[in-house]
Design a protein around this ligand. Structure first.
Ligand code: ADP
Ligand code: AMP
Length: 215
């Protein structure tokens, strides 16, 4: 969890490779859907371009059906889901029915000015979705993805006004989720103002603790 631009996608991508588990990123799933030509695609596009959340029913159905796919059975990293208390409750219920549960919820924190600055410099691979930053996390060759050689682009939902609105939406709709997870004692708070490598190291330490506990 954490505000847009704090580094959720960046850290998920690093850990997914290390732990050999998939990332379920609802933002990426919606970005695929919006490319279709259909009433659903248009609806999703309108919410995203306004910086609003896509309605819970649609989001929950999409995320839970992805979590039924076999590659998630040995574990998964959720990025950007759940974002509302209703989504979190639906997730807990669905996983419990399947005898699964969320081990850890990590909240990445950084001040608003910092996340806005990070978003302004964000570039994403148009082929594989790898995230870069023109100053803090640049690709080896400008405009080219290190991983797959794809072209780097900036996201369509990225104007400064929309970014600021997305932060407000986060504070209104997602911040209450912090209390939900604190109540279930699953929340870890990490200071994400540190470098990408430092945040990865802290996440790794936290997750290795979990893996040892379960062994
Ligand atoms: P989110 O998924 O939370 O929206 P991203 O992972 O897309 O955030 O990161 C937003 C931008 O910030 C990207 O350009 C990324 O390269 C950069 N970034 C991520 N983590 C850090 C960090 N710890 N320090 C500096 N820049 C970062
Ligand atoms: P992200 O890439 O995670 O920043 O998400 C981009 C956009 O997709 C958000 O601004 C929302 O419009 C939509 N979205 C992603 N995840 C969710 C979610 N869990 N609930 C509602 N909308 C979402």
């Amino acid at each position: 969890m954490g505000p847009p631009g704090v580094g959720k996608g960046t850290q998920s991508q690093r850990l997914s490779g290390e732990y050999g588990i998939p990332i379920v990123a609802t933002g990426d799933m919606f970005r695929k859907i919006r490319q279709d030509v259909s009433p659903l695609a248009r609806e999703v596009q309108e919410y995203m371009d306004r910086g609003e959340y896509v309605p819970d029913d649609l989001t929950i159905e999409m995320a839970l059906s992805r979590l039924n796919e076999p590659d998630t059975k040995k574990g998964f990293i959720l990025d950007g889901f759940p974002r509302t208390v209703r989504q979190a409750e639906a997730l807990d219920d669905a996983l419990a029915q399947d005898d699964r549960h969320i081990d850890h919820v990590v909240l990445l924190t950084a001040p608003n000015e910092m996340v806005l600055e990070r978003l302004a410099g964000r570039w994403v691979c148009s082929t594989c979705g790898r995230v870069y930053n023109e100053s803090s996390n640049p690709p080896r060759l400008p405009g080219v993805c290190d991983v797959c050689g794809g072209k780097l682009v900036q996201r369509a939902d990225e104007t400064p006004e929309v970014q600021r609105h997305r932060l407000e939406v986060y504070e209104h709709q997602t911040a209450p989720l912090i209390t939900y997870y604190q109540g279930t004692k699953r929340l870890e708070v990490l200071d994400a103002t540190k470098s990408v490598d430092e945040v990865t190291n802290e996440l790794r330490a936290l997750l290795n603790g979990v893996v040892k506990e379960r062994a």
